[in-house]
Design a protein. Sequence first.
Length: 199
Amino acid sequence: MSSPLIVGFLTAFTLIAAIGAQNAFVLRQGIRGEHVLAVVALCTVSDMVLIGAGIAGFGVLISSHPGALAVAKFGGAAFLITYGLLAARRACQPSTLTPSEKAPARLLEVLVTCLALTWLNPHVYLDTVVLLGALANEHREGRWLFGVGAVTASAVWFFGLGFGARRLAGLFATPTTWRVLDGIIAATMIGLGVWMAVG
């Protein structure tokens, strides 16, 4: 039988690596080199809290209260669509997309956006709290080892994505490339928001 640590790592990695609003935001911050450490640390700590809650049995609580998921679902959908529209507006204004601009977003604004993209997304609860929580508890006495593996996967992914993206900075030295990136981010987030609202 595989170690709970390895199973937890692989399971969480495949879930976290899926394309989503949070990953798109981390990628953008990494490429721009703005508050990258704070963003990836916040994402990792958030996952740590959510995974821990799931293992502690919070997944059962959420499953028994579908009303809470409904509120998160529509609130998250509205936020994703709004953020997608803002990305679309940036894509239409290339003068604001140069990576060498002198006035990067303030740390507080970046962290609030990151928190919203993380905690207002109902899928994060389904993936990290309910699914990972349930899988971890199948390992019984090894459930917290499973959790360590899952949190490690989160840290590896977000730090790799955030700091690895900086290697692409040269590619994103032109407004045109930024327009393309923001266009992709806008389409992804609006699509996710609509799918979340009607799904």
